[in-house]
Design a protein around this ligand. Structure first.
Ligand code: AMP
Length: 190
């Protein structure tokens, strides 16, 4: 199986690149942000709980997102592999993911970490806020909080995966196609 952690700060291009990778490598896309937003639009109890946390740009609890990923893995027993987008975001989530995959006799193949400078992230997120109406993309102080959460709780996961010899850092500036080519060449050389 090919199991990819597509990593990077908010606005790094994880969603865009995931959509290209799932087609090229026939993978299942698991984005905890997308799953949470669909819970919100369906008005589920989980969605109601998560909304105010997401609107502030804070992280939803590990327990909730680990549970969501666990059930998605169970629901896709015949997958060729998975792209984890926006998950894991904490060390507890990364450890839980390793254990879930171990239970299915598989593991993470690689962490592809997209590198983009903060000023470019803010520009991209504000544009997405305008185009999509996403509440957490519209306000600069919420964006700053998300980047802060990333730097404090999520970025250390690069060490977690580099300790397993799985980290590959990729320049996230350039055209969508250029960045896709960089990702593809890492995957093709695994
Ligand atoms: P994203 O679409 O990945 O930018 O996620 C949007 C928001 O959903 C984040 O700012 C968090 O509030 C929440 N979220 C998504 N994935 C996770 C996760 N793995 N752990 C905690 N919170 C998450």
């Amino acid at each position: 199986m090919l199991n990819i952690v597509l990593f990077g700060p908010p606005g790094a291009g994880k969603g865009t690149q995931s959509n290209l990778l799932i087609n090229k490598y026939n993978l299942v896309h698991l984005s905890t942000g997308d799953i949470l937003r669909s819970e919100i639009s369906e008005g589920t109890k989980l969605g109601v709980e998560a909304k105010s946390i997401m609107d502030r740009g804070d992280l939803v609890s590990d327990e909730i997102v680990i549970g969501m990923i666990s059930s998605k893995l169970d629901n896709n027993p015949d997958a060729n592999g998975f792209i984890f987008d926006g998950f894991p975001r904490t060390e507890a989530q990364a450890t839980a993911l390793d254990n879930l995959l171990k239970g299915k006799e598989t593991s993470i193949s690689v962490m592809l970490s997209l590198k983009v400078a903060d000023d470019e992230l803010i520009k991209r997120l504000l544009k997405r806020g305008k185009d999509s109406g996403r509440a957490d993309d519209k306000n600069e102080s919420i964006i700053a909080n998300r980047i802060n959460e990333y730097n404090n709780k999520t970025a250390p996961l690069k060490t977690f995966y580099s300790n397993q010899d799985k980290l590959s850092e990729i320049e996230g500036i350039g055209s969508v196609e250029e960045i896709a080519n960089r990702l593809n060449s890492v995957i093709d050389n695994l």
